[in-house]
Design a protein around this ligand. Structure first.
Ligand code: PMP
Length: 377
């Protein structure tokens, strides 16, 4: 068979080979039951076991306590941009919520929320600024928490903790006390760095993540929500998207994306086998340090993000001369490095280096970057 390329796709993206192998081995006959997981009733004992085990493993990985519901839903993070306000924006009466804008995905979330209520901007990195003596372009930095303006009567405060396109990551979520609005729970879109490191779930009211980056195939969205936030959906909220219904039925209110949940569950077991999130964080840090270290040492390539908030998952970079982009990408493809083209809204390149992309893949990329600079610099 053709060897697998090093896959730098932002998502859907590379999965651990042992997970793919296990899914292949179990394709026709899951654990001796004679059926594929795809063929099982979502209410039969086999799938119930698969789904409950996936939830339990996810809780173990993240240390989620029982005062939070963990749900597997559909619609991706884009649907959550609507499902979140449908469930939460009216929970304190007037439909009011605040949003922190740090790039493409948080702006999308904010725009969608405005269809359901009064969604205001608590803070935004929409202008150039100077940080640590350097000029930072718009959307390449994170406004300090002390500058956020959170309305005390907001139903929640939303942020995207890893901007997949911009490459801006919150290394930590703010402590609720730091927001100056104790009644306002944090709601986090963690799609593109979910399970890349330990995360303090107790700091958020809710978090959600599409699986198709670090956590499985497309089709399943993980939602983790504090139980006291359930049961406040707007009357227009579709019943299948009412978190209270989905939580009460352990993700099986209606037919869930069964096969995607199964593969996500295999990814969770793979992560536990790697030593859990602290171990995967160590590996991810080494990969990111290698790549950023190389980019910073070169005058041919440049990453524009404020250093303390550079994403460990999505590394955008530009060449000194954009006219060389096409040659760069063609050469990369020939060298077995795929999906390095940046998002069309920012141009340049982007290397997504998720959990399942090993250090050897980043080493191969750095080798190629050096070689291209030598021949084109
Ligand atoms: N939020 C973030 C941070 C994302 O990276 C993405 C997808 N790249 C989305 C939301 C949208 O996800 P989906 O296409 O699954 O709806």
């Amino acid at each position: 068979a053709k060897t697998r390329p090093w896959n730098f796709s932002a998502g859907p993206s590379v999965l651990p080979v042992p997970v793919l192998e296990q899914a292949a081995a179990e394709m026709l006959d899951w654990h001796g039951c004679g059926m594929s997981v795809m063929e099982m009733s979502h209410r039969g004992k086999q799938f119930v076991q698969i789904c409950d085990e996936a939830e339990a493993d996810l809780r173990t990985l993240l240390g989620v306590t029982d005062d939070y519901a963990v749900m597997f839903m559909q619609g991706g993070a884009t649907a959550e941009n609507a499902i979140v306000p449908l469930n939460l924006i009216g929970r304190r009466g007037a439909p009011v919520a605040d949003y922190v804008l740090t790039g493409h995905w948080s702006r999308r979330s904010h725009k969608e929320a405005n269809r359901y209520g009064d969604a205001q901007v608590a803070a935004a990195s929409d202008a150039a600024t100077v940080l640590d003596g350097r000029e930072q372009a718009p959307w390449t930095w994170v406004p300090p928490v002390s500058d956020w303006h959170v309305r005390p009567d907001a139903s929640y405060l939303h942020l995207c903790s890893n901007e997949t396109i911009g490459g801006v990551e919150f290394m930590d979520w703010p402590e609720p006390a730091a927001l100056g609005a104790p009644e306002v729970p944090l709601v986090v879109d963690a799609s593109s760095h979910f399970l890349s490191r330990p995360m303090d779930v107790s700091r958020v009211g809710m978090m959600y993540a599409g699986a198709q980056k670090n956590a499985g195939p497309a089709g399943v969205t993980v939602v983790i929500i504090r139980r006291d936030l359930l049961g406040h959906a707007l009357p227009i909220c579709p019943t299948a998207f009412d978190y209270a219904n989905v939580a009460a039925e352990s993700s099986r209110y209606n037919t869930p994306p069964t096969y995607a949940i199964y593969v996500a569950g295999l990814v969770y077991k793979w992560l536990l086998g790697q030593g859990g999130l602290a171990a995967i964080e160590t590996a991810n840090r080494a990969k990111a340090d290698l790549l950023y270290g190389f980019l910073d040492g070169s005058s041919f390539y440049r990453n524009p993000i404020h250093a303390p908030v550079r994403s460990r998952m999505n590394v955008p970079f530009v060449l000194a001369d954009a006219a060389q982009d096409a040659a760069f990408l063609a050469g990369a493809e020939a060298a077995g490095l795929t999906q390095l083209k940046g998002h069309k809204s920012v141009g340049g390149m982007r290397a997504s280096i998720y959990n399942a992309l090993p250090l050897a893949g980043v080493e191969a990329l750095v080798q190629y970057l050096k070689e291209f600079e030598r021949t084109h610099g």
